[in-house]
Design a protein around this ligand. Structure first.
Ligand code: ATP
Length: 368
């Protein structure tokens, strides 16, 4: 154990061709993923995609059926969990009700060969701003304070990496958001490599340095939140990130003949990039992301679709309107309600070609 709260040792986690089979089922399929030293990496994907199994293999709680896992350059594929010096955080944050905060923080250190227990407890308590609560019992604390003590129990061990499996899912909405930013701050301060599993895209977006998107046991894409959102590698990633999700439609829906679209099997456009032609809310260009792409030499043209408004939904700070475009449904999101659009109204929808995502018949993106 070191004296500093964050360890100096390189804690890059590398998965090479990692596979996990349960009988016939391939839960994780030939995973190639490097989690950089000090990085906050989020494993994101729908239920059953293999996120937890991947995390459990890193922890050593499951043995891979194939492939290799290393931490800081050291092969740990066969290493016992307790020898990996990792700290796993689960959904429930149980504290010992009869122990003080100090006792709760000391407990994880009891089995370790640590000399400076008091010093570590104080450092952790200071970091979490619970140093004046050390003699209180959990029953005397607020929900948020208890949450911090629970986090403190993980931090006090000073592991090489934190492994977290949906640690916030049992909290109410307000505490979840609060604890989320707390987690982010702590991780940045400590610089400890963190692998975090969730199916919640908003959580992933707000926490991650990089997001690894999984589906059916396979890695779909790894990138910063901005990259996976703005440049999805395939239809799955494009449709999984974003609320409301990206619209997918056939190239035949496009009004004018666009030779550039001819080789695409499916087109995609984000609801926030769709505008109604001639309405007050129509900006001259797309959003900042689109502007950036245009500046990069992206397609300067405008694409149009004809659609009939089906549902107009006021959301308080925005309006969502669903259009029927020749059988494909296209939802548009507006800050202000476009004038004269009611259910049954036919309108021309418009967006910059630079905002369009094109996919081939396998759902893979066609590069711009
Ligand atoms: P969730 O968000 O629902 O936890 P997940 O993405 O974490 O999903 P995993 O828990 O990794 O998914 O499961 C991946 C697949 O492996 C699932 O089909 C699951 O049923 C299966 N699986 C996981 N653990 C076992 C096990 N011990 N025995 C058999 N099948 C398992």
């Amino acid at each position: 154990a070191t004296d500093a709260l964050s360890s100096d040792a390189n804690a890059e986690i590398r998965l090479e061709g990692v596979t996990k089979r349960f009988g016939e089922l391939v839960a994780v399929d030939e995973l190639e993923l490097t989690i950089r030293d000090g990085e906050f990496l989020v494993l994101l994907g729908p239920s059953g995609c293999g996120k937890s199994t991947t995390l459990r293999m890193i922890a050593g709680l499951e043995t891979p059926s194939g492939g290799r896992i290393s931490i800081g350059g050291e092969d740990v594929t066969e290493t016992l969990p307790q020898r990996r010096e990792l700290s796993m955080v689960f959904q429930s944050y149980a504290l010992y009700p009869h122990k003080s905060v100090r006792g709760n923080l000391a407990f994880p250190l009891a089995k370790m060969d640590v000399e400076n227990v008091d010093e570590r407890i104080h450092r952790t308590a200071e970091l979490l701003e619970i140093d004046d609560l050390l003699d209180q019992k959990p029953g005397q604390l607020s929900g948020g304070q208890r949450q911090r003590v629970a986090l403190g129990r993980t931090i006090v061990r000073e592991p090489r990496a934190f492994l977290m499996d949906e640690p916030l899912s049992n909290l109410d909405a307000k505490l979840r958001v609060q604890t989320r930013s707390e987690l982010r701050r702590l991780q940045q301060q400590l610089g400890t490599t963190t692998v975090y599993v969730t199916h919640d895209q908003e959580e992933a977006m707000s926490l991650a340095d990089r997001i690894a998107v999984m589906n059916n046991g396979e890695l779909q894409q790894v990138g910063t939140p901005k990259e996976v959102y703005e440049q999805p590698a395939n239809e799955f990633v494009a449709g999984f990130l974003g609320e409301p999700p990206m619209n997918f439609f056939a190239p035949e829906c496009v009004v004018a003949d666009e030779p550039a679209l001819a080789n695409a099997a499916t087109l995609g456009i984000r609801p926030e990039d769709v505008r109604v032609a001639g309405s007050a809310g129509e900006p001259r260009s797309g959003g900042p992301a689109v502007e950036e792409r245009r500046a990069d030499g992206g397609d300067p043209r405008t694409i149009e679709l004809e659609g009939e408004a089906v549902v107009v939904e006021p959301l308080g700070n925005a309006y969502e309107i669903e259009f029927d475009c020749g059988g494909d449904s296209v939802t548009a999101r507006f800050r202000q309600r476009p004038e004269g659009i009611d259910p049954g109204t036919t309108a021309t929808l418009r967006f910059p070609a630079a905002a369009l995502h094109r996919f081939d018949e396998h759902g893979e993106v066609i590069d711009r």
